[in-house]
Ligand binder design. Structure first.
Ligand SMILES: Nc1ncnc2c1ncn2[C@@H]1O[C@H](COP(=O)(O)OP(=O)(O)OP(=O)(O)O)[C@@H](O)[C@H]1O
Ligand SMILES: [Mg+2]
Length: 238
């Protein structure tokens, strides 16, 4: 039984061509299009099985983040379907899922609740979450004053201390310092060994090739390659 099914998915975004009311008026009179559709994902299909670790690869703008947002449910496809089985945790954008006016402590509870944990479960794991994040000193500070790395530390700690089946990671590790990145990678490998399903986006190609067995290469919103991760990286560098 697959954990993730992506079936003939299309996602379009509108590109605007006018900046002012005057330009809009002139374009309308000349019957020029005010917007054009941009195909960020153009008929993408793949399945990811239980316990697989997959690197989503591609150059800037190839549709990787869009794909992860569709899997996490933040975006919905215009055509096709995206199905997931089990609890999904997405570490997709620095600071996403946090409320700026709440403290680190309050955001841990908020995030854990979003990931389906009860208050009791969160109480039991709270100490471990804070310990892993190493930001104890700032835990009662409002997160709007946090640095990018502090956001990552908190978000990653909460995600790995919940019972997730699918973990999505988009480039966010790169804002962590080297010791914390190493700690995260060790933890990700551990989750993989426990049979969790991983989808990782990173421009650190050597890192993802060693972390993931499979690589899916996106080019212009289409799948250019789907196979062994080192081969996918080779195709990207070619
Ligand atoms: N909300 C949006 N509105 C308009 N265009 C968007 C939107 N989100 C993404 N796009 C466009 O879709 C394309 C794919 O974007 P996406 O963020 O998925 O790329 P990416 O592969 O993650 O790139 P990067 O390596 O730079 O992170 C880009 O051209 C981007 O401009
Ligand atoms: Mg991206």
């Amino acid at each position: 039984m697959p954990r993730i099914v992506v079936d003939a998915v299309h996602k379009d975004f509108k590109l605007r061509h006018t900046h002012s009311i005057k330009e809009t008026f002139v374009a309308a009179v000349k019957r020029k299009p005010l917007t054009t559709d941009f195909h960020a994902l153009d008929g993408v299909s793949f399945e990811i099985g239980e316990g697989e670790s997959v690197a989503l690869l591609g150059f800037n703008g190839s549709g990787k983040s869009t794909m992860l947002k569709l899997i996490s449910g933040v975006l919905t496809p215009d055509q096709g379907r995206v199905l997931t089985r089990g609890r999904v945790a997405g570490l997709i954008e620095v600071g996403a899922g946090f409320h700026p006016d709440l403290s680190g402590r309050e955001n841990i509870y908020l995030n854990a609740a979003i990931l389906g944990m009860t208050k009791k479960e969160t109480d039991d794991r709270y100490e471990q979450i804070v310990e892993f994040s190493e930001i104890e000193q700032f835990i009662d500070t409002e997160v709007k004053h946090y640095s990018s790395g502090m956001f990552l530390r908190l978000a990653f700690s909460v995600a790995i201390h919940t019972e997730v089946d699918i973990l999505l990671i988009d480039e966010i590790l790169s804002v962590g310092d080297e010791p914390f990145q190493k700690k995260c990678l060790a933890r990700i490998r551990q989750l993989h060994d426990q049979g969790k399903t991983l989808v990782v986006v990173s421009h650190d190609l050597d890192m993802v090739a060693s972390l993931c067995e499979r690589g899916i290469l996106l080019r212009g919103g289409k799948i250019a390659f789907d196979g062994a991760s080192d081969e996918a990286v080779g195709k990207m560098r070619a």
